[in-house]
Design a protein. Sequence first.
Length: 356
Amino acid sequence: MFKIALLLIGFFLTTPDVHAGNSSMRAMAPDVVVDTDSPPPVPEDWAVVPSPFADVLSTHGDKPTALRLSRHIADALPRLAKELDIPIGNRMHVVVAPTQDLFHSLQPGNAPDWADGTAWPQRGWIFLRAPRLRGQTTESLEMVLEHELVHVLLGRAFGPRKVPRWLQEGAAQLMAGEYTAETTQTLAKGTLGDRLISLQELSRGFPKNPLRAHLAYAQSADFVAFIRNEYGPSSFKKMIKLLARGENFASAVRLSTGERVEDIDQKWRSRLQSSPFQLSPLMDEGVWWGLGAFLVPLAWFAVRRRNRKKIERWKREEILEDALYRTIERVFNTDEDTDPGEHADDDVGPPIWPSH
């Protein structure tokens, strides 16, 4: 039974997390180098809410949302640019799309249906779905906006070069405050199953398998956090500059941290594997409910089998007792049928039974 339980735990740990998706895996729209601050082609009757670094465009019905986002950009964009040590560059434009059709049609390329936001770095365009289109989500629209602002800043810093996916998504998640309990849970599952992706593999791109890609997003955020915390913000900023300049991953890591990728990979893995959080998947309510749904019938059959054996033993003991009582009864009945004077002179004592 113990082996079956272990196999079942492994099954639950490898099943997809139904809560994963939009919040942690975002779309990075393909882009071309345009270097312009021209606005997207929105309808002429839309409202334009300016901020010091960007314009927020929306319908008049969504203007309160646009005002809120405009104020947030004024505060968040300088902070993000400072943390990355990247200039803000040309003016940006943020579109709050009132419908799903407009969210797709206003963009210069294709965007996934599940995306809450997309960024076109070289154009400086960001598209967000209006709050009523987002449904139930734990992420605020401001968090989505910050995620896309980081995409634009990094895209502009790299110019015609492609931003490494781990850096693009890792920095965006971390700086937008999207490193959450869900991220920890994903990392814990990868650690417990010994399925973590190596840093060299991560530097070459994300896996196509959805589960592995989800792990890659979580690892990217954690690796960026690890570099900043272990080697300092200056090392992280230097790594960005080296990568933007064209240095390969191994060289950029060595020059910014003073250590080889292999050594950092081992140190980073050891930190994760020595942490008690790797056991958190075993505390997941869904795992225990699923495990209980399997073990309760299993336990019932075990108890039933044990009880059946007990009943069979009782039956055997009852048969023996019945035989014993019948033997005693026959002896006493025989004594009662005998003539009292027949053996009057015999020295008759009480019956002696064999000892047990």
